[in-house]
Write a protein that binds this ligand. Structure first.
Ligand SMILES: [Zn+2]
Length: 100
């Protein structure tokens, strides 16, 4: 699998370190809602298809990258700097913390 770093160009995945799911949004640090924090720490999506991920070019420029990768084919459809990507609103996981 090749990931094209915006600085370095196409490089083998062995130069990169997976940093995690790019869909997560950290809860308000002042929040004490255990259900919300539990979901943030432990709940993960396992999609069959396109997935937003954070990778670091640890064997190169060390930049953090926002990568969209198809988990079935490993085709990388987009790469940008994580700082520029912002939060993707494609998170389809269940919403927790909503009190009835
Ligand atoms: Zn790089």
């Amino acid at each position: 699998m090749l990931i094209t770093c915006p600085y370095c160009g196409p490089r083998d995945v062995s130069e990169y370190t997976y940093q995690g799911d790019g869909n997560r949004t950290r809860p308000d640090p002042a929040s004490t809602d255990q259900e919300v924090w539990n979901a943030y720490v432990y709940d993960r999506l396992n999609p069959a298809g396109e997935h937003h991920e954070i990778w670091q070019h640890s064997g190169g420029c060390r930049a953090h990258l926002a990568v969209t990768r198809n988990t079935l084919t490993h085709v990388v459809s987009s790469v940008s700097f994580a700082r520029d990507a912002g939060h993707k609103k494609s998170d389809s996981r269940r919403k927790t913390g909503a009190k009835a």
